[in-house]
Design a protein around this ligand. Structure first.
Ligand SMILES: Cc1ncc(COP(=O)(O)O)c(C=O)c1O
Length: 400
């Protein structure tokens, strides 16, 4: 049976005090060097990688490290644990860098991702997904759990009972819907589900939500408020069933900077590590904060129009209704990607500073960096000294 005796008081009084004056994410240091001009970051990345055939994904390590440091500092000063979602990078090297920066564990979406990170020596993983357990999945999870601490998710009584029958005693969080309307139970029902899960033999440690409705204009702050309210209601619902919510986990990249640390104990942003065109258009990041870009070559140009060899098989195809095109060019912010096919990006440079000609290279920020990374075998990392390193996307395609 569940032992729910651990106190939820992981935020010392001193840190609650700090929260009142803690810097917001936006105020913490951003990369300020412009992306254009000599010898701007963009030109430096293009020059350092000029010997490589296009297309490929390049990472500016200085921007990456600044992104990691900024989110870590925000979490630390807010008294929040940081458990980054590793589905963004799927990289053991990058996951370790996040832990070195202060993250307390990683979030993953699938058992296969958990297997990859456990095999890489990671000792604390949360599979933030209401898995439907089978004999085979349970056997795989038992093997992972033998070497690493794995927290699981439930969002139905049937799912919890199935899980309990195959992995008795497994530690779980109850997922609640804070407005994204994907998975999760209504916050006020968290206690009923937690009690049923406890009765079935799971260890209920708290609640979590994904405020994915932060991905729309105006979403970042609205969603953070709804996340906080939903988790507070859900935590109270657990308490009313004599279950102490040790963990209240939330977070997306857009909403992270508005997290209510009087309710949440942990955040799970993923995209922040690279940022992307989506975060820029939501106003959450600047072009200078974009660490990962696809490098492509102009293969066709006609006046203000150019076609680059970076298509949806490199960038991914995500294009929400509110976004301005198929990706953004950090070095030409006024250019617009008007069409994406598998191997072509058609770009309108009418309002840009110049019209690139065939043979030139450009950098493109994907709309959604996670889907771009999942299409690459490796990331080309450009260090501060312009030395190139290849980081394998170890958990690429680890979707099962
Ligand atoms: C359950 C869950 N937690 C955290 C995240 C990370 O949020 P973001 O992608 O905005 O960084 C996601 C993203 O899909 C998610 O599904």
């Amino acid at each position: 049976m569940v032992s729910n005796t651990v106190s939820n008081d992981k935020r010392p009084v001193a840190l609650v005090g700090i929260h009142a004056t803690a810097p917001t994410l936006a105020l913490l240091p951003h990369m300020t060097e412009p992306n254009t001009g000599q010898p701007g970051r963009g030109r430096r990345i293009l020059a350092a990688t000029s010997a490589l055939d296009t297309p490929f994904l390049a990472v500016d390590e200085q921007v990456l490290d600044a992104n990691i440091a900024r989110m870590s500092a925000f979490a630390a000063t807010s008294g929040l644990r940081l458990r980054p979602h590793a589905k963004t990078h799927k990289s053991l090297i990058l996951g370790q860098r996040q832990l070195d920066g202060g993250a307390t564990g990683l979030t993953v979406a699938t058992i296969a991702e958990a297997e990859a990170f456990a095999a890489g020596g990671f000792s604390d993983l949360f599979i933030a997904y209401p898995l439907w357990m089978t004999e085979n999945k349970a056997a795989r999870l038992r093997a992972v759990m033998a070497r690493t601490h794995v927290l699981l998710a439930i969002d139905s009584v049937a799912g919890a009972e199935q899980l309990a029958s195959l992995l008795p005693g497994a530690p779980v969080l109850v997922e609640v819907d804070s407005g994204h309307h994907r998975t999760g139970v209504a916050p006020e029902l968290a206690g009923d589900l937690g009690a049923a899960a406890g009765a079935a033999g799971l260890e209920v440690l708290g609640v979590f939500t994904f405020p994915g409705h932060s991905y729309r204009p105006g979403g970042p702050s609205d969603a953070a408020g709804q996340e906080s309210h939903a988790l507070a209601v859900a935590a109270e619902s657990l308490r009313s069933h004599q279950i102490t919510p040790v963990i209240c986990s939330g977070g997306s990249t857009p909403s992270a900077g508005n997290t209510d640390s009087t309710v949440l104990t942990e955040i799970r942003p993923g995209v922040y590590v690279f940022n992307d065109a989506g975060q820029v258009e939501l106003g959450v990041a600047t072009m200078a904060d974009v660490a990962l870009t696809a490098i492509g070559t102009v293969v066709h140009s006609n006046g203000a129009k150019a076609v680059v060899d970076v298509g949806s098989k490199v960038l991914g195809a995500d294009q929400p209704a509110w976004i301005s095109g198929g990706g953004r060019l950090p070095d030409e912010p006024e250019a617009r990607i008007t069409a994406l096919s598998e191997h072509h990006a058609t770009i309108d440079f009418s309002n840009a500073s110049r019209h690139p000609v065939a043979g030139e290279r450009v950098r493109i920020a994907p709309n959604h960096v996670c889907t771009a990374v999942n299409l690459a075998d490796a990331l080309v990392v450009v260090g501060a000294d312009d030395v190139l390193t290849h980081w394998p996307v170890t958990a690429r395609g680890a979707n099962t």
